[in-house]
Structure formats: structure tokens, C-alpha cells
Design a protein around this ligand. Structure first.
Ligand code: A3P
Length: 360
């Protein structure tokens, strides 16, 4: 077989690609990658390479289960295949689709204190915006009078649409109220048409008064977390994606309408950072595999400020996009948001049957 397995994995006679028996369904920025890589230290675990996005993207889902299975790694009988796509958690159509594949699948949900998660999400979105959007926007505005044009290049539009969907820009930018990615795409094209219309009305010449969506996105990307999370009148911008994703009970509720509570394990992402082994022990028990991931599999890397992993074939830290430095956020805003989330957190605790003790 072309795949090379560490010696500790050679216990079984045959390998094949199998549909996952467990999924990490989210939540994004709570340590989903760390969790998967840590579980992979276990000889009974195989993992899908990237995020497959089978259940949440129609273009993938329509390809069918065979397509999905072929995305899975080879595994021995008795091993557990795990896939992680954090957007599963927040996509309404996903739980039912997962059940249709395997009603007894095991679900792992990793969570962090919601305000920390929101800031981490903001940090990631801003860094994506800084590397992708800003140079494009600068190029665009330096052109002669080109700043009024909507993005022409498909790649730019796509980039913009993605960024907008992720950031929940739609309300601020386009005057809508929804924060869903699907709505966002529709609104984006509507906005594109509006702008083209305005240009046509002005005799086919674009005026420089209308900022392009791309430049606006860049501007939005430059906004602080405080500005995006709290309106000038002091109310919380509940439609801001980094905040709405942190309303865990809303999303979890949909899953628990489809799956019994026992089929889902809630992993404490803040504890996974401090003490990976204790969280992994719970997961091993939940997955019904023996306790094999131990403290000798980890060492604390002072430079990174996180635990790194010892595999059979060497040491490895997660990439630098995992464990970013967060911007300073005004403590008044943090307390305001913690108070805002207190009620939602209670509802989440009730759903999971456990108090995670997040600060209020
Ligand atoms: P930050 O970068 O905000 O610190 P995800 O993989 O779901 O995107 O989650 C990323 C988060 O995983 C990071 O968020 C980091 O806090 C957390 N994490 C947990 N254990 C980690 C580890 N051992 N190394 C790096 N990041 C880890």
C-alpha cells in the first residue's frame, strides 16, 4: 500500500477508506485543529486531511456519499475516522444530513468562553482581510477614478463575498439585517447591480462618490473589534458574525433536535489549551478507545506559548495561524459582552447539562 503508517498502527490486516464514525462539528476558533491533531496521536484514530465541508456545501453534498468516502484517509478495521469542518455547527441543514448518513455517529463540539472566541474570530478575519483585501483595495483606489467600480475580477468578488459572509458585513455595508452567508451572497450581487445601475444612470461614467464594496470591506476590516461589536448607541451588534457564532445555544439546539444528547461530547477548549491530556481522556472514553494519549505526547513550547505535540516521527507545533496574539480590547467592552452572553451561556449550560463556569 502506498501509505506509510507508523509502526504502532500496524495491527490490522487491511485498510480502506471509510466514512467518518466521529465528527468535530465546531466551533471555529475554539481549538478544532488542535483537537484533531491531538486525537491523531492515538493509534486508533485516522483523520481526514483538510476540512471537507461535505454537509454544509451543497456543491459537495450533491456529489454524494461515495465522493465523501473517497476524501477519507485509509484506515484499518477498528480505527475511527474523524473529519472536522467547524462550519457544520452553524449550518442549519447539516444535522439532518449527518443523521441521514449515520444516525449513531459521535459528535465532538469544542467550545471556548464566547467573548474570547469572538475576539479570536475577529483576529482571524482581520488578518485574512489584511493579507488579501487591503493590497487589492489599494491597487484599486490608486487607479484613475476606478475606486467607484464594483469588483470586476471574479477572484476579487469571491474574496469579497467570502470576507463579507464571514464578517457579517451585510448589515453595515448593504443595509440588510440578516447575517447568513447565503443571504449575503444575494445581497452582494444586488449591491453590484445597484452600483452598475447608478453608473449607468450617470451616463455610463462611474463617479468617485460611491465607494467600491472592496474598499468598504477594507475599511471595515480596519475597524476595531469594539466598533464592530457595539453600536454607537451602546447596544450589542447581535448580527455581527463573531458574536452570533458564539451564541452556542442557538446552534446546539438544532443539533439536539436531531441527535440524542449522549451522542455529543462537549470539549472545553480553554482547558484543552491548559491541560490537553485531561480533555483527551474524556474523549477517549466517549469514543470507546483505550487511554493512550498521555503527557509524554506533549511539551510546552515557551516561544509559541502553547503545547506542541510529540508524534512517533517527530515534534510538531500547530501553524502560526493557531495561537495568534489578540489585539487589546477595551475591558469595558469585554465586560459589556460578558454580561450580554451571560443569559445565552445559561441556556447553553442547560442544553448540555453542565455549567462551564464562564465569567459574567
Ligand atoms: P487563537 O489563535 O485565537 O489563540 P481553530 O483551530 O478552531 O481555528 O482554533 C484555533 C485556536 O486553537 C487558537 O486560537 C488557540 O487558542 C487554540 N489552541 C488550542 N490548543 C492549541 C495549541 N496546542 N497550539 C495552538 N493553538 C491552540
Amino acid at each position: 500500500h502506498p501509505m506509510v503508517f507508523p509502526s504502532s498502527r500496524v495491527h490490522f490486516p487491511k485498510t480502506s477508506r471509510r466514512l467518518p464514525q466521529a465528527l468535530i462539528i465546531g466551533v471555529r476558533k475554539c481549538g478544532t485543529r488542535a483537537l484533531l491533531e491531538m486525537l491523531y496521536l492515538h493509534p486508533r484514530i485516522q483523520k481526514a486531511g483538510g476540512e471537507v465541508h461535505f454537509f454544509d456545501r451543497d456543491e459537495n453534498y450533491l456529489k454524494g456519499l461515495e465522493w465523501y468516502r473517497k476524501k477519507m484517509p485509509h484506515s484499518f478495521r477498528g480505527q475511527i475516522t474523524i473529519e472536522k469542518s467547524p462550519s457544520y455547527f452553524v449550518s442549519p441543514e447539516v444535522p439532518e444530513r449527518v443523521r441521514a448518513m449515520n444516525a449513531s455517529i459521535k459528535l465532538l463540539l469544542i467550545v471556548r468562553e464566547p467573548v474570547t472566541r469572538a475576539i479570536s474570530d475577529y483576529t482571524q478575519l482581520r488578518s485574512h482581510a489584511a493579507t488579501a483585501i487591503l493590497p487589492l483595495a489599494e491597487r484599486e483606489s490608486s487607479g484613475s477614478g476606478a475606486s467607484a467600480q464594483p469588483p470586476k475580477m471574479p477572484s476579487q468578488s469571491l474574496l469579497y463575498a467570502k470576507l463579507q459572509a464571514a464578517h457579517g458585513y451585510d448589515n453595515a455595508l448593504l443595509g440588510g439585517s440578516g447575517a447568513g452567508a447565503k443571504e449575503t451572497k444575494t445581497k452582494l450581487s444586488a449591491a453590484g447591480r445597484r452600483q452598475t445601475g447608478a453608473g449607468a444612470a450617470a451616463g455610463g461614467t462611474m463617479t468617485t462618490t460611491t465607494p467600491s464594496p472592496l474598499a468598504s470591506a477594507a475599511q471595515m476590516a480596519a475597524k476595531s473589534f469594539e466598533e464592530l461589536a457595539i453600536f454607537p448607541n451602546g447596544t450589542v451588534n447581535e448580527a455581527y458574525r463573531p458574536l452570533s457564532i458564539s451564541m452556542y445555544h442557538v446552534h446546539l439546539h438544532r443539533w439536539l433536535e436531531v441527535f440524542p444528547r449522549e451522542q455529543l461530547l462537549v470539549v472545553n477548549g480553554d482547558r484543552l489549551i491548559e491541560d490537553p491530556v485531561s480533555q483527551l481522556r474524556r474523549i477517549e472514553a466517549f469514543l470507546g478507545i483505550e487511554h493512550r494519549v498521555k503527557s509524554e505526547h506533549f511539551y510546552f513550547n515557551e516561544t509559541k506559548g502553547f503545547y506542541c505535540l510529540r508524534y512517533d516521527n517527530g515534534d510538531r507545533c500547530l501553524r502560526e495561524t493557531k495561537g495568534r496574539k489578540h489585539p487589546h480590547v477595551d475591558p469595558v467592552v469585554v465586560s459589556r459582552l460578558r454580561r450580554f452572553f451571560a443569559e445565552y451561556n445559561q441556556r447553553f449550560y442547560e442544553l448540555v447539562g453542565e455549567d462551564l463556569g464562564w465569567p459574567e
